[in-house]
Design a protein around this ligand. Structure first.
Ligand code: GLN
Length: 483
C-alpha cells in the first residue's frame, strides 16, 4: 500500500494533502465508533503534508514514507503534542521533544495524523485499561482490538491510518495485530531507540510498526531502526540496504522450527487447524519444517509477570505529582502540614493510576523488597537466561520459529476484565520473544467464522537476534502466497 501511494504521489495522481484529508475524513466518519485515537492532529498533519507536496512541485526526490499518513501510540512522545500513555496521571502532559523514532519518520517526511489509544502505560491485552475510552475491533465491534497498542492496530485495520507505531513489552504489537488482521513487528531488543518512549519495563520494551502488509511494516521499520546515541541499548544497524529490498518472495531452503511446547491442549482447536494449514503452506514454499523444543517455555509467563512488574514499579516511581502531569492535594499551607510532600505523592498516585497499574506497582515493589528480591526477581532473571538459552539452541537448528500469535481470536468486551490471570494468558506465545530479546512478527494467517464475522488469527515468526531480514522475507513470502 505505501509503495502504491508513493508512486501515485510521484506521478502527481494524488497529493499528500488530499491523501491526508482522506484519512482525516475517515477518522471523522468512523472514529466516534472505533475509538482508535486520543488526539487528532488535523492542522499539523496537513501542514506536514503540504511540505511534501511542495518538494514534489519542486521536482525533488522523496522517500517512500514521505507524505504517507500514520498514527502514533500515545506513549511515544511527539513534540508539543499531548502524550497520556492512556493514563489520567499524564492527562495534561505535553511532550517537550520528539522521540527518536518520531524525529526519524519526520525527517523522511512522514505525516503524523494523531496519537492512539492504549492500555494505561501499556499494561493490558485489550485496551480496556485505557483511562479514556474503549477501542473497538474494526473487524467486529463487539470485540476488543487487543492491546496494549489496540488503538494503533484498529487505526490501520479500520482504514484510519496507513501505518502506525506501537510498543511491545510482552506482545502489545503482535497480539493486537493478530486480533485486528494486520501485520505487526516487534524488533530485536536494541534495534529501535526507546528514547522518548514512556517506559513500562525497560529491558523488554521495543517500539515497532503496524501495517496492512509485511512490506509496509518493513518500510516503516527501516526508517526507525538503528543506533541512537540517546539510547545506550541500541546497536548499529549493520544493514546495507532497507529491509523492504529483502522481500524477494523466495524462501526455499529456509528452515522453520515448531516448538512442541506451544501446542498443548489449551490451544483452541480451530487455531490449531489454521496453524497446521500455515505449516503446510510454508512446506509448499520450499521451507524445511522441523519440530523443536523450547524446554523452559512453561516458565515464560510467570517469569514475565515477575520481571515486568519489578521494572514497572521502578519506572513509574517518577509519576509523583511533582515532575510531570497531574498533581492532587496541592496543599497551600504546606509549612503547617508536616506530611504535605508525602501526601501529594500518595494522593496523586491514588487518583492518577488505574487498578491494573496499581496492581503491578504493588507486585513489583513486593518482589523487589529486601528478603524477597532473591526469591523472586533474581530467580526470575536466572530463568530468563535459560529461556534465552533455549532460543540460542533452537537457532542452531533452524532459521525461524513459528507458532500462532495468540491462543484464541479477539474476545468480547468485559470477557476477561474480572480475572487478570485470564487476561495474562493472552500473552502466552508472545512474552518469550521479549524475554529473549529476539525479533518477532505477527501476520494474518487465517480466520475463524463466528456468526457473520470472520475473526482473524495471526501467525508468529521469530528469528535470531538482528535477523529481521529473514523474518520479514519469510512473512512476506507467506503473505504473497495467499494472494
Ligand atoms: N499484555 C501484556 C501485558 O499486559 C503485554 C503488554 C505490552 O506488551 N506492553 O503486560
Amino acid at each position: 500500500m505505501i509503495r502504491e501511494l508513493h508512486e501515485k504521489l510521484v506521478r502527481g495522481e494524488i497529493t499528500s494533502v488530499s491523501l491526508t484529508e482522506k484519512y482525516l475524513q475517515a477518522i471523522e466518519a468512523k472514529d466516534g465508533e472505533i475509538g482508535a485515537y486520543l488526539t487528532v492532529l488535523r492542522e499539523q498533519s496537513l501542514v506536514e503534508a503540504s511540505f511534501v507536496d511542495e518538494q514534489l512541485r519542486r521536482g525533488e526526490k522523496i522517500d517512500l514514507l514521505s507524505g504517507i499518513p500514520g498514527a502514533i501510540k500515545d506513549n511515544i512522545c511527539v513534540a508539543r503534542v499531548r502524550a497520556t500513555a492512556g493514563s489520567k496521571i499524564l492527562d495534561n502532559y505535553i511532550a517537550p521533544y520528539d522521540a527518536t523514532v518520531i524525529e526519524r519518520v519526520k525527517r523522511k517526511g512522514a505525516v503524523v495524523l494523531g496519537k492512539t489509544n492504549m492500555d494505561e502505560f501499556a499494561m493490558g491485552s485489550s485496551t480496556e485499561n485505557s483511562a479514556y475510552r474503549k477501542t473497538k475491533n474494526p473487524v467486529d465491534i463487539s470485540r476488543v482490538p487487543g492491546g496494549s497498542s489496540g488503538g494503533s492496530a484498529a487505526a490501520v485495520a479500520g482504514g484510519e491510518a496507513v501505518w502506525a507505531l506501537g510498543s511491545d513489552t510482552g506482545g502489545s504489537i503482535r497480539q493486537p495485530a493478530s486480533f485486528c488482521g494486520v501485520v505487526g513487528l516487534k524488533p530485536t531488543y536494541g534495534r529501535v531507540s526507546r528514547f522518548g518512549l514512556i517506559a513500562m519495563a525497560s529491558s523488554l520494551d521495543q517500539i515497532g510498526p503496524f501495517g496492512e502488509s509485511v512490506e509496509d511494516v518493513a518500510i516503516v521499520f527501516s526508517r526507525i531502526a538503528g543506533f541512537d546515541k540517546k539510547d545506550a541499548t541500541t546497536a548499529p544497524s549493520g544493514n546495507d540496504k532497507p529491509f523492504e529490498e529483502y522481500l524477494t518472495g523466495d524462501i526455499t531452503g529456509l528452515s522453520i522450527g515448531i516448538p512442541k511446547e506451544y501446542f498443548s491442549e489449551s490451544l483452541d482447536p480451530r487455531v490449531r487447524a489454521i496453524t497446521d494449514k500455515a505449516i503446510e503452506r510454508f512446506t509448499s514454499l520450499g521451507v524445511i519444517v522441523k519440530e523443536i523444543s523450547l524446554p523452559h517455555s512453561e516458565y515464560a509467563l510467570p517469569v514475565y509477570y515477575i520481571i515486568m512488574p519489578c521494572e514497572v514499579s521502578s519506572n513509574l516511581a517518577r509519576f509523583d505529582g511533582i515532575k510531570y502531569g497531574m498533581r492532587v492535594n496541592d496543599v497551600k499551607d504546606s509549612l503547617a502540614h508536616t506530611n504535605a510532600l508525602l501526601e501529594t505523592y500518595l494522593d496523586t498516585r491514588r487518583v492518577g493510576f488505574g487498578t491494573e497499574v496499581k496492581r503491578r506497582v504493588m507486585l513489583g515493589t513486593y518482589a523487589l523488597s529486601a528478603g524477597y528480591y532473591d526469591a523472586y526477581y533474581l530467580k526470575a532473571q536466572k530463568v530468563r537466561a535459560l529461556i534465552k538459552q533455549d532460543f540460542e539452541e533452537a537457532f542452531k537448528q533452524v532459521d525461524l520459529i513459528f507458532s500462532p500469535t495468540t491462543p484464541e481470536p479477539a474476545f468480547r468486551f468485559g470477557e476477561k476484565g474480572d480475572d487478570p490471570l485470564k487476561m495474562y494468558l493472552s500473552d502466552i506465545y508472545t512474552v518469550t520473544a521479549n524475554l529473549a530479546g529476539v525479533p518477532a512478527i505477527s501476520f494474518p494467517m487465517g480466520t475463524i467464522e463466528k456468526g457473520d464475522k470472520a475473526l482473524p488469527i495471526g501467525g508468529q515468526l521469530s528469528a535470531k537476534w538482528f535477523d529481521e531480514e529473514t523474518l520479514l522475507r519469510a512473512a512476506d513470502a507467506f503473505e504473497k502466497s495467499l494472494k
